[in-house]
Design a protein around this ligand. Structure first.
Ligand SMILES: Cc1ncc(COP(=O)(O)O)c(C=O)c1O
Length: 416
């Protein structure tokens, strides 16, 4: 846990974090501590660490020094109350929700979602007695109408994958504050660099670290960030039992001590180390990839074979102004576009030479896929429709290559 303070700009904090104890070597990189177990000087010390009376490490499913460095770097960059790093973006969302929801609870959810999150809300959580109520994130009033005494939060994708819908966070912040419930956002497409969760009024932010943080797609990982805005212990809707005595740390403590201990999706130390390396160049990559995406989206918009481009960077996009205002004048580097039909999408994908046919985004390499036949392939047609996924849609994650080369490849593939 870091103190709730950010002295430097985020570009600096993502590289330097907060000063830690000397490692004895003067190494400029954090130590990679590959150990599951940690020895204690005495049985008394061991008890004190277990009982939280003394800092220390116990076992790497609960916390590891390298993973902790990664968590502290994220907390410092977002001036957050605390962060838990886990094995994947999906385990971050699942664990983060399980720490605040129980059978009988409801959660209001923006209906445009990544496929894994949609499955979680419509398949897994209902089996546990938790109901997701969907609304169109364009309409905060629709979300407000769904809130009942059983509603425990509002969940949104900051830029919906792949529908590219962007909610107006100030409206949701007001609704959640009025109802005394937390505002939750998955900002994987933006990363902590572009998504200043606290300023936007978000209480819990989720990030798939597998995307831009990892960069060249080396590592799967996820983050749960408690920004520090929500007074968990003071809200009647949340019952933290004994942990209530920990005050504002009740949620994070439950997350680590119960959920992490009991479910166990630990981030491996090596993966935390690779993700820490990714943080150094994250702003540079995000800015360049977004610039490339802007050039690519403009090219696609002018192409006769492309029926529609969904990218908030385009001046006539429905979410252009809100995206620029909320995300540091940046619109990210993922776009979607529509061709004539599924056959045209497949023919386009099959002709690509530089852009990869793969299931990832945020990679340094440009990547394209057909969402309807892959990530969303097992959902019913009415579900695909709800998610904004159509048969004629391609999702494109724009990488770090020269924009001229990306555009040349797209152009030759579109000519088919
Ligand atoms: C918006 C969003 N959230 C969550 C995830 C899941 O992340 P991970 O693959 O790290 O589990 C993804 C993956 O594509 C995503 O796009």
């Amino acid at each position: 846990m870091t103190d709730n303070r950010r002295d430097n700009d985020i570009e600096t904090t993502l590289i330097h974090g907060v000063p830690g104890p000397p490692d004895g070597y003067g190494a400029t990189l954090p130590p990679l501590v590959y150990s599951t177990a940690f020895e204690h000087d005495s049985a008394e010390d061991m008890e004190a660490v277990f009982m939280d009376r003394q800092p220390g490490h116990i076992y790497s499913r609960l916390q590891n020094p390298t993973v902790q460095k990664f968590e502290e770097r994220i907390s410092a960059s977002l001036a957050a109350r605390g962060t838990l790093a886990v094995a994947s973006g999906m385990s971050a969302i699942t664990l983060g929700l399980l720490a605040m929801l129980k059978a009988g609870d409801e959660i209001a959810v923006g209906k445009y979602l990544f496929g894994g999150s949609y499955s979680l809300f419509t398949r897994t959580l209902p089996d546990l007695g938790i109901t997701a109520q969907f609304f169109d994130p364009r309409s905060p009033e629709a979300a407000a109408e769904l809130i009942t005494p059983k509603t425990k939060g509002v969940f949104l994708e900051a830029v919906a994958n792949p529908a590219m819908v962007v909610p107006d966070f100030s409206a949701y912040r007001e609704i959640c504050e009025g109802a005394g419930i937390p505002l939750l956002a998955d900002a994987s497409l933006l990363t902590p660099y572009l998504f200043d969760a606290d300023r936007l009024g978000v209480d819990l932010a989720f990030f798939s670290a597998s995307k831009y943080i990892a960069g060249p797609a080396s590592t799967v990982g996820g983050l749960i960030v408690d920004t520090g805005r929500f007074p968990w212990h003071e809200r009647e809707r949340f019952d933290f039992g004994d942990l209530k005595r920990l005050g504002e740390q009740a949620y994070l403590t439950k997350l680590r001590k119960l959920l992490m201990a009991g479910v166990g999706p630990a981030l491996a130390p090596m993966n935390a180390f690779l993700l820490l390396l990714g943080l150094d160049s994250l702003p540079l990559r995000m800015d360049r990839q977004s610039e490339n995406a802007q050039a690519v989206a403009e090219f696609l918009q002018g192409h006769s074979r492309v029926r529609q481009v969904l990218y908030p960077g385009l001046p006539d996009d429905e979410f252009h102004h809100i995206s620029k205002a909320q995300f540091k004048n940046n619109c990210g580097a993922v776009a979607a576009f529509r061709l004539a039909d599924k056959a045209a999408c497949f023919s386009f994908l099959n002709r690509l030479r530089l852009v990869k046919r793969a299931v990832n985004l945020g990679d340094t390499k440009s990547i394209a896929l057909h969402p309807a036949s892959t990530i969303y392939g097992t959902f019913w047609p009415h579900e695909q429709e709800q998610l904004g996924v159509t048969e004629d849609m391609i999702r494109l994650s724009v990488g770090l290559e020269s924009p001229a080369d990306i555009i040349a490849d797209l152009d030759q593939a579109l000519r088919a």
